[in-house]
Design a protein around this ligand. Sequence first.
Ligand code: DON
Length: 321
Amino acid sequence: MQTNPHIQEQLEAWVEENRGHAILGTTAQYIPALGKEDPSQLGICMIDDNGNYYCAGDTDKEFTLQSISKALTFIALSCNYGLDFVLERVDVEPTGEAFNSIVPFEIHRPNKPFNPFINAGAITISALLPGQTSQKKYEFLLRFLESLVGHPLELDKEVYDSEWASSHRNRALAYYLKEAKFLEIEVEEALDIYIRQCAIKVSTKDLALIGLIIAYDGYNPITKVKHFSDEIAQVAKVLMVTCGMYNSSGNFAAHVGIPAKSGVSGGIMAAVPPKLHSQTYEFRAGAGIGVYGPAIDVQGNSAAGTMMLRQISKEWDLSIF
Ligand code: DON
């Protein structure tokens, strides 16, 4: 299939139009290795169901998954143990609080973390990955991700070390989880697997491809491989809509309307399901989107990336709602 030059030109124009929105955010200062990134970067890759990539802006750069990894751990764990096993241990309710808040626990004293995308829920489920050690758990996740993107992935050691050294809030959360008996392994082991998964390096192309597979309910329409069940993909998309952008998920649903997961590195992975009644022809058969824009807003989402997705979704009628 040939790529469409009109789509390419549009994306290039929209990257430049939205780049300035980076001033609405700053790089993630609480993880020093992320804090030193150039905040003006903005890039996007989209992939269609035929495997055509459209990439514009700063897309050569690799960056770490951060919270995007939470959606992938949820899927990998559900594949291995079944969805019921995972949903017995973590709920699917948004909190309306910051991603690293301890408040929902203190106030509601739930019998399991509210959802797998807040840090508390993510630390809980990462600890459940198969393997006796955090290294083995990490390897399991890495192999799963490599099977999705089709090439080897690696850890960004500098980002891992930087987060490990500054992870006081997550350590506090993990102790809280241990006390509440949500954590079956030791706190340091749980933190190790969680911080490792956050430090896996990806490109916007990788995120776009995984987004496409999620949009297609676990099926890769290019290689024709079914990676995970419809049921797992559906719950993953529900979580992406309700919790994927944290306490601005409602706004994102209203103005973008695409299941998505963000990370404090400035990455966003979005899954555009097929929409046969779309008002435009672009990406009617669905798409995957990977965005990188390291200046993040107060909720932890790429500031310019979110504004760019808003424009793209509106222009090409990509909202699922
Ligand atoms: O645990 C943290 O704070 C980071 N490793 C990940 C947080 C994150 O990406 C939230 N995202 N938007």
